[in-house]
Structure formats: C-alpha cells, structure tokens
Design a protein around this ligand. Structure first.
Ligand code: MN
Length: 283
C-alpha cells in the first residue's frame, strides 16, 4: 500500500492515481504522555493502521493528488541516517570537481561511516526547499530511502530486510563546503521524503530500482540501487551496530553521479521504480 500524509496531518491511501482520505484509521493510535517514546507512532502501529485503512477505504472521500499538500509520510523519525559517497561514479565526480570536494580528500563510505541529518530538516513533496542565502552552492542528491519498521539493534545483513516497513524517495539537499556533513545537510527543508510510503511488500527487489531526477525538465541523475557500494542490507546492519533503530527511522542510501546546484524557482522531478514520481519546487 501507498500511505501519504497530507494537508493538516491527514492520512491518505494512494490508489490508481487518487488519494483516499483514511484519516479515521489514526484513531487507533495511542495518546502519549511525557516522556514520549522514540519512534514514529504511525509506523510503530503500522500493521493495525493498515488493517483499519483496508476497512475504511471503500467509503473514503477521494481527492486528486495534485489538490492536496503532501507532507513527509514519516512525521516523527527519531533519526535520519545517511550514507556518504555510496556510488562509485559519485566518488569519482566528487574527486574531480572542486565545487564538490572544496579541497578535501574524498574517501569512501567505509572510511567515513554513516552520518545523521537533523530530523527537523524533513519536509514532504508539497513543501518548498529553502536555499539558504549564504553564497554557497546547494546541490540536489536523489536517493532511495528505507523506512525502518521495528525496534532493533545489531541486525545481521541476512535479517536486515525483515526490519524494513517500506520505501520512499529522498532528496538529501547539501550545501557544498568543508563543514561536517551533519551541518551542511541539516538546514531546514534539506531532507525531502516522499511522495508517500510504499510498504515493503510492494517492492519485489530493492536492490534493482532505477531512479532519476530532472531539474526544470533536464535529466541530471539516473542510476540503479544495484550500483550501491554498501547495499541496503549492509547499510541497515552497519547502522544498527552503532544505533538502536526505531520504527520510522529513515536511512538515505546515498546518491549517484550527476549532483548539481539548484536555485530559486527550480522544479525538481524525481522518479523511483515502484514508488512513483515526486515533484518538488525550490522556493
Ligand atoms: Mn547524500
């Protein structure tokens, strides 16, 4: 199933190009008191929510997808984990382009480990990317995003896909420069997640997804997840050696070659096999 969050935190089921308002399913979520548990409540209770969604869908109000404002399908990720330089041709372009490396020696993912992006940098497809006015290049990085569905730690590579509840596409927006990645990539609006969550059962093979991004109609990046240096299972296993993973945690798996700058007014069109198309604008 394809689950969207839209307008004022309503829940939508995306089906045949339409969006069915199934917000009533949210009533099963527990009301929390301080301290709030880690993890996104919707993802924590996803199985029960989906059961309610199936029951409600036949009588749900139908909207056109373009008539709603899409928000990130994950509202409360406890963390956004991201993979640096995880496609070989992106390693090569980063080494070749001073506008990307800024004089730093570009190494590979096994040298850097993973990094975290601020969870307040998250927006959905219906919200604009804000380019900070700091005189720096700000690049698009299209990535396939994995959404964790279970509370887990020290997951083996063999078991890793069993803790995934779904997939989305992500834009890991990045200021180029020498500051730490967690600084350069965590500006407000720099983690676009969407356009909806596709449950894992709908993605037959997450290691064979074509994906691409166009800016104002010109294709900039296109690749396939089979070219990842650290595969999705390896990223999950690796992340979980350090961090306990919670339902709703997001792993941005890395970007391929073709990164490039965006400026005010740009229209980004992203497409990932099995997920769909996501249109995002730069404010
Ligand atoms: Mn990235």
């Amino acid at each position: 199933m394809r689950l969207a969050r839209f307008d004022d935190d309503r829940l939508g089921l995306v089906r045949n190009g339409d969006l069915l308002d199934v917000s009533e399913a949210l009533e099963i979520l527990p009301r929390h008191r301080w301290p709030l548990p880690y993890g996104d409540p919707l993802i924590t209770h996803l199985g029960a929510v989906l059961e309610r969604v199936r029951a409600i869908a036949p009588r749900a109000q139908i909207h056109k997808i373009d008539s709603v404002k899409l928000l990130s399908p994950v509202a409360n990720a406890s963390k956004i984990i991201a993979a640096p330089v995880n496609y070989l041709k992106h390693v090569a372009e980063a080494r070749a382009d001073a506008g990307i490396h800024f004089g730093a020696d570009i190494k590979t993912i096994d040298h850097y480990g993973l990094f975290l992006k601020s969870n307040t940098s998250v927006i959905g497809a219906g919200e604009p990317i804000i380019v900070p006015n700091i005189g720096r290049r700000v690049d698009h990085e299209i990535e396939v995003a994995v959404v964790i569905g279970k509370n887990c730690k020290d997951v083996s590579e063999a078991e890793a896909l069993s803790v995934v509840c779904g997939y989305a596409m992500a834009l890991d927006m990045s200021v180029r420069g020498l500051e730490d990645r967690s600084w350069r990539k965590s500006y407000d609006s720099f983690s676009v997640i969407g356009p909806w969550l596709v449950t894992a059962d709908e993605i037959a093979d997450s290691a064979a997804l074509n994906f691409e991004i166009s800016v104002n109609g010109e294709r900039r990046q296109h690749s396939n997840t089979r070219k990842l240096i650290f595969s999705i299972p390896k990223l999950i296993a690796y992340a979980s050696t350090a961090y306990r993973l919670y339902p709703g945690d997001i792993i941005m798996t890395g970007t391929p070659e073709g990164v490039g700058p965006v400026t005010s007014g740009d229209r980004l069109t992203c497409r990932v096999d099995g997920i769909g198309t996501m249109n995002v604008r730069v404010a």
